[in-house]
Design a protein around this ligand. Sequence first.
Ligand code: NAD
Ligand code: DAU
Length: 350
Amino acid sequence: MKKIIITGGAGFIGSHVVRRFVTQHPEYHIVNLDKLTYAGNLANLRDIEHAPNYEFVKGDIVDADFIDRLFATHQPDAVVHLAAESHVDRSITNPLEFVMANVIGTVNLLNAAKKYWKGRYDITRFYHVSTDEVYGTLGEDGMFTEETAYDPHSPYSASKASSDHFVRAYQDTYGLNAVISNCSNNYGSYHFPEKLIPLAIHNIKQSKPIPVYGKGENIRDWLWVEDHARAIEVIFHKAKSGTTYNIGGHNEWKNIDLIRLLCQIMDSKLGRAAGESEKLITFVTDRAGHDLRYAIDATKLKNELGWVPSITFEEGLEKTVDWYLQNQEWLDDVTSGHYQQYYNDQYTNR
Ligand code: NAD
Ligand code: DAU
């Protein structure tokens, strides 16, 4: 049996990746390693927590000794690395936390892989899950390809770019079997309501203001999280060592247009008059260094590995809204306590 450590498996994307590997691959034993920060929530995995091929380990990737012990104890054959601080706004207020988790944490995992996989680099695999934000920002035209030069702007994207470089450096220098994917904005169930789509759903539900940064003209390329998890599964199994794949939905939306669409869906789901939720849109101070536009060219992934998104944005957004409306308990849980404090500090002065 192959043993795979998935880091950050209690987070948004990680929980979907863990679920996919646990349910689709009974031949693997999955170890979910997560520190359970504000963004990690074991409730995201309640449906599979008793699966015979799944176990959870609480721990911090910044702790090198712990990571060394983890490898010694579990003797994994592969790592799928998602653990990270992931929110751009938080990186602007606390960049060092992002350097620690995203850069030092990744290097700690690479060091353990180098040490414990020596002599077995051909049959082991280090998969680093990264972001399109490493490429910086686009103007009105063009798309990010795997050849686009790195040009990160936020502390978050700088930390992810750095971790990508370290993964490539370990592949080039030591021959570690490593692959990287860079994905666009995800949306779907279990998304923490500090990010645009779940925050807007949560606020519309409560008839609270929907904060739209600047004029709402920034563009993001949205992908359903379950399609991302499936892309990771395909790349994990089929990609050659040393390769990189962009993952995206060919689905660009201006923030303000996306919010208007979401308001229409919410009006109809909540039985409100047409136009009611749009009244909640509130333009607030822009994000510092706000990247204008992201757009992914995922042709390489389609042509080489046969992956394409499975659903349209309208279908995915409706599924997502339904999930949030049916999971009020989950929302109450994550929006209480520590997160609530952050939320208040973050938004009261905008
Ligand atoms: P998330 O914030 O929802 O989850 C991150 C998880 O990592 C949490 O469970 C958290 O507890 C864990 N974690 C954080 N620091 C840790 C540490 N020091 N040790 C162990 N665990 C730790 O993030 P997400 O949105 O699911 O993103 C997952 C990965 O995918 C990240 O690497 C992110 O950069 C990347 N990514 C995200 C998106 C997106 O749209 N959300 C898009 C492309 C790539
Ligand atoms: O592109 C991939 C990235 O997508 C991931 O690497 C990040 O981990 C993930 O958080 C996401 O980053 P963004 O900054 O694009 O996502 P966010 O949901 O924070 O913001 C989406 C857009 O909406 C962005 O242009 C900022 C804007 N925004 C965001 C929030 C939270 C608002 O207008 N209002 C808001 O309240």
